[in-house]
Write a protein that binds this ligand. Structure first.
Ligand SMILES: O=P(O)(O)OC[C@H]1O[C@H](O)[C@H](O)[C@@H](O)[C@@H]1O
Length: 544
């Protein structure tokens, strides 16, 4: 087998040779380009034909995947090997959605534990949804507030919005930021008698979550008395001892395990608010969709394997074409939080600068991931995507069908806009075309000369389109698992560990050190002049 360094050099050389690749020419030359450079899993299609890849590019990317051991690493993940080397942990979030046999971790089948927690969550969710479990004064819960941050917030928050058409349980709110504004604005609208809090934290030490949880507890105590706390709190964590110390009853605590990374945890008990919102059956459908993608990732050959193809093209754009970012644009208002979710999934996983063995990486690693729903983005930043000086690959996500058949004209417009944007990015508009258009509007020739350059679109800008029938729980599960595995594939190609997050530690440590300085119980001696100056400014502004 070819060595990694040789495979990488072959890709770089291929890129140098094919620097002039023109998508417009490629489509003209090959009427089958869509069929060749797209792949489907049932109703889910990944179209990457509008990216500058050829058969040879895919072949070379496949060689690199072989050299990087993508399949072997994938199999090691599913087998429960401790592939998260720096934390000495297995990576088994896929077990959380598995329903086809045992999953062995450290000589023990984890499935009975997984199923037991799912069953306990289901029973609890049903009791909340039916009103069997009430608040301390006997009133039915109308509102659930999830207190968590990062992986203990973004997944459930994103999925609750995504599945709004299936939402028949209590309203769900998400409080993550330590900024008092977040909890204060949320609680202001709520009635303590009918509010249930879920404190969600893998470690149960995260300062934002612990601070918000304590504020929520005081809110309940202040309105309903100390004895009411038990009825109004539940918790989700891997640290059951710490939850007990917080005072939440053991029968309202839902556990998970250290082999579930925070940003991969929406399938675990962290998904409890999703389950309360849409019910255990819809939650199971979401898990089934993800399990379907898991099986596909394990079994499909490269040219049909959606996560592998998405990962290969992502690597091509980032590591070979050196595009610094990628925009994810869901043409689905209910996926408004997907870009934020993917920012954690992708950037916390692949924002690394050393390889598995600690040596420096040899390519750029994870791109900046950003986005907003379409069509809104079109009226904001698409200008830069079309005419700015950087090339930013775009990932369009769209359903063939909406949940509002009576408003089909909206959905037709939505789809037309989505397809038009990828077409426009690819085709562009030449100077001649711009001039011809202006002349056809009756503009005089001198004006045309002046204006035409502003109306040129370079085109040849890459985009991917992910299309599926409808955003139901199954489709959502499949979509999120697709992105999880894409991140995995890219990490394997970069040679990095996608499952640790040491880069978040330093800021946390410094915040702990700075707290007494901000509070004013410690002076700022020893700090840099900027930090000391800003603290002093905070103090003087407060005293005004
Ligand atoms: O669930 P928790 O332990 O409270 O952690 C919440 C989040 O905070 C950490 O700083 C990590 O960066 C995230 O990966 C994690 O999801």
């Amino acid at each position: 087998m070819i060595a990694y360094s040789d495979a990488l050099e072959a890709l770089r050389e291929h890129h140098r040779q094919n620097g002039q690749f023109d998508l417009r020419e490629a489509f003209k030359a090959d009427p089958e380009r869509f069929a060749t450079f797209s792949a489907s899993l049932d109703d889910l299609t990944l179209d990457f034909s509008k990216t500058a890849v050829s058969e040879e590019t895919l072949q070379l990317l496949g060689d690199l995947a072989d050299a990087a051991g993508v399949s072997e690493r994938r199999d090691a993940m599913f087998a429960g090997d401790p592939i998260n080397g720096t934390e000495k942990r297995a990576v088994l979030h896929t077990a959380l959605r598995n329903s086809s046999g045992p999953v062995i971790h450290a000589g023990h089948d984890v499935m009975p534990d997984v199923e037991a927690v799912l069953a306990a969550m289901g029973a609890f969710a049903e009791k909340i949804r039916s009103g069997e479990l009430t608040g301390a004064t006997g009133k039915r819960f109308t509102d659930v507030v999830n207190i968590g941050i990062g992986g203990s917030d973004l997944g459930p928050c994103m999925a609750t919005l995504a599945l709004a058409p299936y939402h028949d349980g209590p309203a769900c709110h998400y409080v993550s930021n330590v900024d008092a504004a977040h909890i204060a604005d949320t609680l202001r609208k709520l009635d303590p008698e009918t509010t249930l809090f879920i404190v969600a934290s893998k470690t149960f030490t995260t300062i934002e979550t612990m601070t918000n949880a304590e504020t929520a507890r005081q809110w309940i105590i202040g309105k309903l008395g100390e004895a009411a706390v038990g009825a109004h709190f539940a918790a989700v964590s891997t640290a059951l001892d710490k939850v007990a110390a917080f005072g939440i009853d053991a029968d309202r605590v839902f556990g998970f395990w250290d082999w579930v990374g925070g940003r991969y945890s929406m399938w675990s008990a962290i998904g409890l608010p999703i389950m309360i919102a849409v019910g255990p059956e819809n939650f199971r459908l979401m898990l089934d969709g993800a399990a379907d993608m898991d099986q596909h990732f394990r079994e499909a050959p490269l040219r049909q394997n959606l996560p592998i193809l998405l990962g290969l093209v992502g690597f091509w754009h980032r590591a070979i074409c050196a595009y610094p970012s990628r925009a994810v644009i869901p043409y689905d208002q209910r996926l408004a939080r997907l870009p934020a979710y993917l920012q954690q999934l992708d950037m916390e996983s692949n924002g690394k600068r050393v390889k598995l063995d600690g040596s420096p990486v040899v390519t750029p690693t994870g791109p900046i991931v950003w986005g907003e729903p379409g069509t809104n983005g079109q009226h904001a930043f698409f200008q830069l995507l079309h005419q700015g000086t950087d090339v930013i690959p775009v990932e369009f996500i769209v359903a063939a069908q909406g949940h509002e058949p009576e408003l089909k004209q909206h959905h037709d417009l939505l789809v037309a806009n989505c397809l038009a944007q990828s077409e426009a990015l690819m085709k562009g508009r030449t100077l001649e075309e711009a001039k011809a258009q202006l002349l056809s509007k009756g503009m005089d020739a001198a004006e045309v000369e002046k204006l035409a350059p502003h109306r040129v679109f370079p085109g040849n800008r890459p985009s991917i389109t992910i299309l599926y029938r409808m955003l139901d729980p199954y489709a959502l599960g499949r979509l999120i698992a697709l992105y999880e595995h894409r991140v995995f594939v890219e990490a394997a190609l970069f040679g990095i560990n996608a499952f640790d997050q040491w880069g978040v530690e330093l800021g946390k440590e410094l915040a702990t050190e700075l707290l007494p300085v901000v509070e004013g119980t410690k002076d700022s001696s020893g700090r840099d002049a900027s930090t000391a100056g800003l603290v002093s400014r905070v103090h003087s502004l407060r005293s005004k």
